[in-house]
Write a protein that binds this ligand. Structure first.
Ligand code: ZN
Length: 107
């Protein structure tokens, strides 16, 4: 069964717009609050996923490269893992009542 690349690309565009707006709205607060930063990073991860789906849908419309989607997904997993560790490190600092990098970082 052929992949409905046009539908996949259209849905990915909806995801790019929705996740892009959400990430943009959360960006300002992400510098002041660890919770908002977690939400912001989640939205950036979702945005990157939508971008990867869009790119692979456009490419697969012309050439059936089936390993492209999992390859792009692995790249996103690496980004999410990397950003999770910096967030986790800061959360552990707050939980251990160490000096927080921002005055109201935990709230
Ligand atoms: Zn999500």
């Amino acid at each position: 069964m052929p992949i409905a690349s046009t539908l996949v690309a259209a849905l990915a565009l909806v995801g790019i717009i929705g996740n892009g707006i959400s990430a943009w709205l959360l960006h300002k607060d992400s510098e002041k609050s660890l919770n908002a930063r977690g939400a912001f990073l989640h939205m950036v991860g979702d945005l990157l996923t939508s971008v990867a789906v869009f790119i692979s849908a456009v490419i697969m419309y012309y050439v059936p490269i089936f390993w492209l989607d999992p390859l792009l997904s692995l790249g996103i997993v690496l980004y999410i893992t990397y950003s999770c560790f910096s967030l986790l490190k800061e959360a552990v600092h707050v939980l251990m009542r160490e000096q927080s990098p921002q005055p109201n970082w935990a709230f």
